[in-house]
Write a protein that binds this ligand. Sequence first.
Ligand SMILES: Nc1ncnc2c1ncn2[C@@H]1O[C@H](COP(=O)(O)OP(=O)(O)OP(=O)(O)O)[C@@H](O)[C@H]1O
Length: 495
Amino acid sequence: AWIDGEVLKVNGDTITVKCSNEKTVTAKASHVHAKDPEESPCGVDDMTKLAYLHEPGVLQNLKSRYDMNEIYTYTGSILIAVNPFRRLPHLYDIQMMEQYKGADFGELSPHPFAVADVAYRLMLNEGISQSILVSGESGAGKTESTKMIMRYLAYMGGKAATEGRTVEKQVLQSNPVLEAFGNAKTVRNNNSSRFGKFVEIQFDQKGRISGAAVRTYLLERSRVCQISESERNYHCFYMICAGSPEEREKYKLGDPSTFHYLNQSNCYKIDGLDESKEYLETRKAMDIIGISSEEQEAIFRIVAAILHLGNVEFAEGDDVDSSKPKNEKSMFHLRTAAELFMCDEKALEDSLCKRIIVTRDENIVKTLDAEAAKGSRDALAKTVYSRLFDWLVTKINNSIGQDPTSKCLIGVLDIYGFESFKTNSFEQFCINLTNEKLQQHFNQHVFKMEQEEYTKEEIDWSYIEFVDNQDILDLIDKHCQMVTTSILPPIHNRE
Ligand SMILES: Nc1ncnc2c1ncn2[C@@H]1O[C@H](COP(=O)(O)OP(=O)(O)OP(=O)(O)O)[C@@H](O)[C@H]1O
């Protein structure tokens, strides 16, 4: 970390500093940064007001503010949020929304409501659609910030005292449903979104919410079958295991530890989270969105079926390179999965233990060995789950409904940030590439376009050095396009 100090001696490009931890250090001048001796201990609410804008200055400012419970800071029109890791309800209540309503940007303390308010006013006054990008690494607080922004927009654009399901209520209630199926506990975040989303809120000419749509990206499918230490599978699996005794009986469910897809990590509970309560809340949210009880029943049947599917193990079959369910226990889970999927048990078994190769003249059935059958089982579980997720999103969109006459919308992009694990897969590659693209968008708008404008208007300014990642993007983007067109089958066949 950076440390405070007092300069004792300057010798060419080396500087000797007496640090606040009493150590004396000699360092290269480029590694030492100036500090404003008159800087306020409370920091500044906009980084552009800092006398010296460099990394230690920015970090020091954020820390000073955080120590005073100020978790938000501006850098011009960008809002930086530092995760408080504790509830701060007073920051987000109705009185707070009232205060930010129509207030000039920068007049009040930095806040997501202020960003949402600017977007709302610009949309109303200039008739131009707006987008708010929320980015940061896992656990930084993106989803929480997105929810605040959506709450504010729902407050501003809500219809007063309307009975029943209003669009804004439906939009807000889509969060718990998406979170139940798309969020999971990770090492860094107990409620980590394992998908990206772009929420579009449409408004009529009077600025009232008239429709909405949620677009989701890159659901982490591998988690359905494989979880690392200290992590969990998607919340909905644990919720259904905590359902009422009748439901557990109906779905033939037991403790999460009895299911292979849940017991790989020895982590079942999340502190302070009551799974059975969450389950009821999710059901309630589904009611509000307009998912019928039959549909809800079908959704949870599939969730339970996936758990049973994961418990089907395979043994060598009678023929060479063939397989069959390992024992009576596996047969039970296969039967239950088939019942819940409402499909033929034999057909399900065949789909796991055999593969059909389609040639021009005939269909050849090839048996699979036990290892390959396990692969088919996992592929089926992942595919069914991701289709269930996509179906839910479509259902949410159909229920909320879009307004074909709407001219303006505000989009909020909440997409997961850079990830780097011990072992990284294709999923991390896609996530990081997306983030690089967002960074490029940011570079374009904040540096490139701004500086071009300065040059055009012949304003005297000093060029800001920034790392431009365009070369990397071109390398991957163009290379990927070549690979995609030359080798890979269409997306839906690419298990
Ligand atoms: N403004 C806030 N007030 C209170 N708690 C917060 C706030 N922001 C974040 N948190 C806490 O931090 C946790 C992680 O935040 P969040 O889920 O928003 O992170 P994220 O950036 O969306 O992470 P991921 O990319 O993993 O989904 C939340 O569950 C919440 O406990």
